[in-house]
Structures are given as structure tokens and as C-alpha cells.
Design a protein around this ligand. Structure first.
Ligand SMILES: NC(=O)c1ccc[n+]([C@@H]2O[C@H](COP(=O)([O-])OP(=O)(O)OC[C@H]3O[C@@H](n4cnc5c(N)ncnc54)[C@H](OP(=O)(O)O)[C@@H]3O)[C@@H](O)[C@H]2O)c1
Length: 304
């Protein structure tokens, strides 16, 4: 039977397990994908804790799959599926599966993987890179303007810097000192995080993309005169709205997946996968993100 990394109830790492599961069967409008790579995101462990719950009821069945972004090869298509066939290389957001050998994806969040894009890089796009893209687009700053990005050295931040640079923006990136050279290599001016960081920001800032939340978000807000140019992916809507800003509006469409994949293919975006783990070590991959200081993206690779 195929393997999957799951959580058996809400809790800490102790509720995680690598188990055998039934191979999922694609319903109407769905495709079954043999997963080659799965991106790891903070939301994965937040869902495990029960802090974030799916749907309106917040109820879910256990065991629950980890993972919200995958790339792989179509195995089987469900009723009414057109444009995808067994053998196609694809990526998207799974409705079932994630850190698993098989996943079900539905047509509305599924795209063909361009030949010039690896499975590993493609698996970073549906959550992390598209969130970066949505945020930079939403800020809608003119070329030459300055965007400040907090948490810039993490999974969303590394993509946000490059997308902003490709749009002609000056980028000021806030991260720990350990990531200074890494952040600069992506094209940002580095500002060390930690107490008093706002005083170290060089020059005026026209927009803020916050990827940390909490106190860092509140401090970042003070840098702006126009608070409509404050957005966050790292804090709840109520918190950022009190500061005059907004939570990033996610555009969850196949077209957006393709637009971001094109950026990788044309060389404007490198998702910066810095560590990969086999499915058997999915727990270590998740710990690397859960410690809050991952460098770029962490990806689980599933052996063929
Ligand atoms: N709304 C959405 O659809 C959506 C989608 C994706 C992500 N998100 C959220 O966006 C946030 C960022 O995601 P991500 O994938 O980029 O996470 P990540 O890879 O864990 O990166 C977060 C970065 O935040 C920095 N950081 C952590 N604690 C900090 C602190 N106290 N002060 C300053 N910096 C701190 C870390 O940098 P240093 O190591 O340099 O400190 C880390 O690189 C998360 O909250 C995630 O849940 C939301």
C-alpha cells in the first residue's frame, strides 16, 4: 500500500506518523497524481496543532494528511477531466494527500509543469511562491519604489524579493544576521532583525510585505504613511486591519500557478530550495520549518 506522512490527532510532533494508506480514487474533475515532491510550509504544522482548522466546522477526519503543495505525474483521471492525461507532469494544491506517494488534485488548482521546471521547484510554487506573487501584485508599487519585506529569508520571502526585483522595485529585506549574505544574493538590501530594527532601515519605504506578524508587523506599520500599502501573510486579518493594512488576498487559480511557473522558467525566480528530505524523513523536514528559521524552501522528495 502507498505511504503517507499524517497526523493522527491534534497535537505536537508526537502525533505524526508515516503510515500506509489506501490509494485515493479520483472523483469527477480530479486527477490522481504520483507525487514526486511536496513543499513544506508553516501552515502544515499549524494545522497539526489545531490552531488552524480547515473549513467552517473545523472538524476533520484523522489520520489527516500533511501538505498543501505538490508536483508529480498524473496516474489516472476522474470523470469529466479534459486537458490532463496519465503521464502528464503537473503541480498544484492537493485536495487529498501531500507528504504522500499519491495525491488527488482538482482541475481548479492544477497546472501542467513546464519541461524546464524541476518537480522539486514546482512543489514550492502553489503555496509559497504564489503567496509571494499575490502580495507583490497586491501592493501595486511603481518601478523604482521601495518595498520592505520582513521574514525575507524564509519560503515566501525569498520568492517575494525576486518577484519584486523583477518588477523593478528596490527591496529592503529584514532577517537575522545569519541570512545576510543569502538575502543580499537575492537582490535585497539587508536589515538585521531584532530590537530597534526599524531604526536601521535605510531611507523611506513605500510598501511593506510582512511575513512574520506580531510585534514585527506592528513595528513595520510605523514605517508607512500610507497604511493601505501594508500587507501581511503572517498575521490574522483582524490584527493587520487594526493597523490600517490587510492580509494578502490569495488568488488560487491554475492560471496563477502557470504565471509563477513561467517566472521560474524564464529565470526571474529561483525558489531557493535549500534542503530536501525523503518521505521517510518528512518529520525532520517539518521540524526544519517548525523551528521558525528555515532558509528558503524545504521540500520532501518522494522516491520513484
Ligand atoms: N496566507 C497565506 O496564504 C500564506 C501562505 C504562505 C505562508 N503564510 C504565512 O506567512 C508566514 C511566512 O511563511 P514562510 O513560508 O515564509 O515561513 P518561513 O519559511 O518559516 O519563514 C519565516 C521567516 O520569519 C523569520 N522570523 C521568524 N521569527 C521571527 C521573529 N520573531 N522576528 C523576525 N523574523 C522572524 C525567519 O527568519 P530568520 O531566520 O531570519 O529570523 C524566517 O525566515 C507564515 O506565518 C505562514 O504561515 C501565509
Amino acid at each position: 500500500m502507498p505511504k503517507a506522512y499524517v497526523f493522527t490527532r491534534y497535537g505536537g510532533p508526537e502525533v505524526e506518523a508515516l503510515v500506509e494508506v489506501e490509494r485515493p480514487v479520483p472523483g469527477a474533475g480530479q486527477v490522481l497524481v504520483a507525487v514526486r515532491a511536496a513543499g513544506v510550509n508553516p501552515v502544515d504544522w499549524k494545522l497539526r496543532t489545531g490552531y488552524r482548522r480547515p473549513g467552517e466546522s473545523g472538524e476533520r477526519d484523522f489520520p489527516a494528511y500533511f501538505g498543501n503543495e505538490v508536483a508529480g505525474v498524473v496516474e489516472e483521471v476522474g470523470e469529466g477531466v479534459e486537458g490532463f492525461a496519465p503521464g502528464d507532469e503537473v503541480f498544484g494544491r492537493p485536495v487529498v494527500g501531500g507528504y504522500s506517494e499519491f495525491a488527488l488534485l482538482s482541475l481548479d488548482l492544477l497546472a501542467h509543469k513546464p519541461a524546464g521546471l524541476s518537480f522539486t521547484d514546482a512543489a514550492t510554487l502553489p503555496v509559497a511562491a504564489v503567496t509571494a506573487y499575490d502580495g507583490i501584485r497586491r501592493l501595486d508599487l511603481p518601478a523604482g519604489a521601495t518595498v520592505l519585506i520582513t521574514g525575507v529569508g524564509g519560503g515566501v520571502g525569498v520568492a517575494a524579493v525576486q518577484i519584486a526585483r523583477a518588477e523593478g522595485l528596490r527591496v529592503v529585506g529584514v532577517s537575522s544576521d545569519a541570512k545576510k549574505a543569502f538575502v543580499e544574493s537575492l537582490g535585497a538590501e539587508h536589515v538585521p532583525s531584532g530590537p530597534g530594527w526599524t531604526e536601521r532601515v535605510p531611507g523611506a519605504v513605500d510598501g511593506v510585505y510582512d511575513l512574520v506578524g506580531g510585534e514585527v508587523l506592528a513595528e513595520a506599520a510605523t514605517l508607512l504613511t500610507d497604511r493601505t500599502k501594508l500587507i501581511t501573510a503572517g498575521a490574522p486579518p483582524g490584527v493587520v486591519e487594526k493597523l490600517g493594512g490587510s492580509r494578502v488576498a490569495r488568488v488560487r487559480t491554475s492560471e496563477r500557478l502557470t504565471a509563477v511557473a513561467d517566472l521560474v522558467v524564464n529565470g526571474a525566480l529561483d525558489p531557493q530550495v535549500t534542503r530536501t528530505f525523503p518521505l521517510e524523513r518528512a518529520g525532520d523536514a517539518l521540524r526544519a520549518v517548525e523551528d521558525g528559521h528555515a532558509r528558503g524552501k524545504i521540500v520532501i522528495e518522494v522516491a520513484v
